[in-house]
Design a protein around this ligand. Sequence first.
Ligand code: ATP
Length: 305
Amino acid sequence: MSAGVTRSISVRTAAKVNLHLGVGAPREDGFHPLSTVYQAIGLYDDVTVRRSPTWNLSLETAEHVNAEAIPLIDNIVHHAARALGERHGRDLVAAVQIDKNIPVAGGLAGGSADAAGALVALDRLFGLQTSDEDLLEIAAGLGSDVPFALMGGTAIGTGRGELVEPVDDPGTWWWVAVTSRDGLSTPEVYRHFDRLFPDADPEPKGIEAVLAALASGEPLLLARSLHNDLQDAALDLRPDLARLIEEGEAAGALRGIISGSGPTVVFLAEDADSARHLGADLLGAGHEIALAAPGPVSGATLVSL
Ligand code: ATP
């Protein structure tokens, strides 16, 4: 590094889909117990950090991203910096830029992805050498999906989703994520789930079918085993999404399912070509955003120093 050049560090971080999302009755702490299988898919945000005398956050957003829905003050990246700094007894002051491509409030965990990216980028920038174990613990304090965003690949999530364990997933799966600029609030979807299912089992539904399908490498088997307990609640709040699922399946998708708490619908396609055609067809039919992406991909990854 030559004198006078400000060192910057960029970390690329991926969106997730839930191949299985089993939701139990709320625990005493108000969280719902989850039994989930996450997969990181190839839709990315980049988090770039450099040293700065004052904290500064800037955003660059892709055309399909609703920038107005992203807070600049109470941003999860700010919480990540504070939590990492507290762990090391330091104030981590930096200029942070988020290049955002993951739709906001879409059920794709874009905010969690940015938090994971910020943890890794700031750790490098300040030479903190935080252990993986500590990073995962800090991540869990920031949000249920943040530990998975660090890890990437395919993983089982338990607890409220924050306890993650990698899963062998040798296949390459192709998805088309169809979303709109108007998000759905995750807490609102969970509240609606509680109204619809006041007698939900405390124990969330198991993940065996999805694990067997992943091991088979067969897209049709995976399509059949996709499951989301939040789907009824999300469809009740957004009935248009049921029509979207039918439309995508009629256009050749093996299966469409609500991603997480929605409103993104993810369609599993037979292969890369089918995913591209399906994406083009859905855009042609007037849907605002249809993004083809493979999975699994890596978690938070250093892309430049
Ligand atoms: P999840 O499935 O984890 O709830 P999501 O994809 O539905 O995630 P996010 O895109 O993570 O939703 O955003 C949820 C909310 O978090 C947004 O509505 C926004 O107010 C807030 N937020 C804070 N920081 C960020 C960020 N860096 N990017 C996006 N949203 C952020």
